[in-house]
Ligand binder design. Structure first.
Ligand SMILES: Nc1ncnc2c1ncn2[C@@H]1O[C@H](COP(=O)(O)OP(=O)(O)OP(=O)(O)O)[C@@H](O)[C@H]1O
Ligand SMILES: [Mg+2]
Length: 212
């Protein structure tokens, strides 16, 4: 079946954890599942991701950052997302357009109309069927992300966004909630503070109607 689901939320809100759990559930139901992420998602996208995440790139301007993200998305849509959906897969993407609106738009202050225009161009109007927003307080998310970095699952070099000040992440969280309110049919907010398996259950309830 053809279904496009995206996961959004601040660092450490549990996106990657929940995507893996949802994949298991969907596969047990006989769905073919493809998981991908932004930034990254394809060979060229991964090269762009390296530039975006590298803490040495402190001089990267907000505009350069935005265009790199959009270049990544355009490539990713053509190479991965469109083919997977055409082949009747459930495609789950770890961050997509809403992340650009929240991070580059609301948190960095880039013009929202520019972001929308670029997005329309690179996605050719493709929109997720369902977006799960995992909401949790910034302190909790960052603490979890830090714990994971110390556990060695993410290199420090990858942390250009993790390295931002706490108020940046607060703006991102608030932005996500604002976006979710404006698009409440597509974007469903799930409380990411709850235990992993409670969150997993709530996500299944949101996904189930699409499986019928
Ligand atoms: N509901 C939860 N309760 C407590 N800990 C959690 C929960 N969900 C995930 N974690 C833990 O928090 C850490 C961050 O989770 P995860 O990597 O899934 O977040 P993420 O949203 O993908 O973060 P990032 O945006 O940085 O990739 C992991 O160590 C994970 O095991
Ligand atoms: Mg993750």
């Amino acid at each position: 079946m053809r279904l496009f689901i995206t996961f959004e939320g601040i660092e450490g809100s549990g996106k990657t954890t929940q995507i893996q759990l949802l994949r298991g559930y969907l596969e047990r139901k006989g769905c073919r599942c493809r998981i991908t992420r932004e930034p990254g998602g394809c060979r060229i996208g991964d090269k762009i991701r390296d530039i975006l995440m590298d803490t040495n790139n402190e001089n990267l301007t907000p505009l350069s950052e935005l265009y790199l993200i959009m270049a990544n998305r355009g490539q990713h849509v053509v190479e991965v997302i469109e083919p997977a959906l055409k082949n009747q897969n459930v495609l789950i993407c770890d961050r997509f357009h809403d992340a650009t609106v929240a991070y580059q738009g609301f948190a960095r202050g880039m013009a929202l109309d520019l972001i929308e225009r670029l997005n329309q161009t690179v996605t050719k109007g493709l929109n997720p069927d369902l977006t799960i927003l995992l909401d949790c307080p910034v302190e909790v998310g960052l603490e979890r992300a830090r714990g994971r970095m110390e556990a060695g699952n993410l290199s420090w070099k990858e942390g250009r966004f993790e390295g931002e000040q706490e108020d940046f992440h607060q703006r991102v969280r608030d932005a996500y909630l604002t976006i979710a309110k404006a698009e409440s049919r597509r974007i469903k907010v799930v409380d990411g503070l709850k235990g992993e398996h409670t969150v997993e259950r709530e996500i299944r309830h949101l996904v189930n109607p699409f499986l019928k």
